[in-house]
Design a protein. Sequence first.
Length: 243
Amino acid sequence: MTYCVGLFLRGGLVMLGDTRTNAGVDNVSTFAKLYTAGVEGERALCLLSAGNLGITQAVWNRLQEGVLLDGETQTLLTVPTMFRAAQLAGAAIRSVFATDGAALKAQGLSFSASFLIGGQVKGGPHRLFLVYSAGNFIEATADTPFLQIGEHKYGKPIITRVLTHDTPPEDGVKLVLVSMDDTLRTNLSVGLPLDLLVYRADSLALSPVRRITADDPYFAGLREGWSGRMRQTFRDLPSPDWL
């Protein structure tokens, strides 16, 4: 399984995903689930994937090679807007389903794939979408400025308590890492290393993807600091006066 989260902030986007794939207790591997595409000064896009690895890799390859959309073959480097990029991702998913869906069903396997796609194309604002396995999608808004895929329930509470659209990207990084830490501690199907990307609004440039491993000093300190302060805050809460 996996956990991926994207934050839609006034100052840009924060995208984080784990790298664990699990096909049974004796078949655990590491695969990057964060993909990027862009032309500096023109567009910057980031995708995070969850679901069947064979399906998600096939979708990514089709997005690079070209997918038929509105009668024209397009890629992430040719679509004119982020809305079209989300449509293209949906079309790529449906294309893979048309090719592989029946064979997967015959083997008793479900067609499972979802994507977060965020970024900016010149002339438009930065946007963030969640594309479902049916190819349809929703968009993050200022009222709900985050989207998650995979094992999202463990890392959601801290985000809903803290996040607003005006959260600075630096705080957004802390937030997604705490969210991921809660998930790592609770679900063994999500695992290190992590891939993190921060996109600054209107930069039209992709920053390097940061690979966070178990010995990353910042992440290790954040995990310990968060746990310690949570324990202290719990101890500071008043005891019930009716016991």
